[in-house]
Design a protein around this ligand. Structure first.
Ligand code: GDP
Ligand code: MG
Length: 291
């Protein structure tokens, strides 16, 4: 078997059981960054390794973050969760129906990547009612795989991993199987900055830019990090920088705080905004070669 690797993103309303499932899936196989508790806040939940595969599970804190415009925010985080996922898991429970997620369903139905709908908490459902709900989900998302389960009581949870492995793309591992390498630290740093961009700027701006960590240099007392924020237009650059540089300054402060907490060390963070109208194409290419 060729090596497989990919990102599995889990989305869904609060309290449907995402964390419970994640704990079961990554369980003992968990090769997580235990000394870095903040990881959870930055979406990566756990990495499951074997000789032949590596699955990176993440969830979507935007959905559960209180105090933001919930709906708008959920959709933008979902867009992000989807844009870098190889497989998407949408988790729901027997108390929710598709009608609650009309807009999301519309988006999901256009996706090319495999979508799972996990209908959780079947331990609390009557058979007939369950069949009805499952039927509604089949109608709402005909291409998705619908799986009723109970994460808490381990009902049907065992079906998930083998199916995920089957569907994973062939790819070398994204992260060192032993520990965190420089390369993965760069990834986490760019994720943190990306999260801050999502929180600070509105609407399309976050999706029109990409964070590229140019330098990650660990010195005795400090880590020097230089990053480019790539945008495709001058107008976007102006938005990122903001009036008298206020916005970029805010971004730098917020990002530095979280990165320092994450790496447990003082950092020196440089952020540059670069305009390159062709970056998206180039990026696709780079990704293909596993930059
Ligand atoms: P999240 O907000 O989506 O991450 O949901 P959690 O994993 O935190 O679960 C929310 C609540 O639902 C917790 O009290 C869980 O114990 C409970 N829960 C999760 N899975 C199940 C299940 O299969 N059956 C039942 N009855 N409760 C569950
Ligand atoms: Mg949770």
């Amino acid at each position: 078997m060729k090596h497989k690797s990919g990102f599995v993103n889990i989305i869904g309303s609060p309290n449907v059981g995402k964390s419970t499932l994640m704990n079961k899936l990554v369980g003992e196989k968990l090769s997580i960054i235990t000394s870095k508790k903040q990881t959870t806040r930055h979406r990566i939940q756990g990495i499951v390794n074997s000789d032949n595969y590596q699955i990176i599970f993440s969830d979507t804190p935007g959905i559960i973050k209180p105090g933001y415009k919930l709906h708008e925010n959920m959709m933008s985080f979902v867009t992000q969760a989807i844009s870098d996922a190889d497989i998407l898991i949408f988790m729901t429970d027997i108390y929710e129906t598709p009608s609650k997620h009309a807009e999301l369903i519309e988006r999901l139905s256009k996706f090319e990547i495999p979508v799972f709908v996990l209908v959780n908490k079947i331990d609390q459902s009557e058979n007939e009612k369950l069949i009805e709900i499952i039927d509604l989900w089949h109608k709402a998302l005909p291409k998705a795989e619908i799986l009723p389960l109970s994460a808490l009581h381990n009902m049907s949870v065992d079906f998930i991993m083998p199916r995920l492995i089957e569907l994973l793309p062939e790819s070398p591992a994204y992260f060192s199987k032993e520990d965190l390498s420089d390369r993965s630290m760069r990834f986490f740093v760019s994720e943190i900055i990306r999260e801050k961009i999502l929180l600070i700027y509105k609407k399309e701006v976050p999706y029109s830019c990409e964070v590229v960590v140019q330098e990650y240099k660990e010195e005795e007392k400090i880590i020097r990090i230089r990053t480019n924020i790539m945008v495709s237009r001058d107008s976007q650059k102006a938005i990122i920088i903001g009036h008298k540089g206020e916005k970029a300054k805010q971004l730098g402060i917020d990002a530095r705080k979280d990165i320092e907490a994450f790496v447990g060390k003082q950092i020196y963070l440089e952020l540059f905004v670069k305009v390159d109208k062709d970056w998206r194409n180039k990026e696709e290419k780079l990704k293909k070669y596993g930059y």
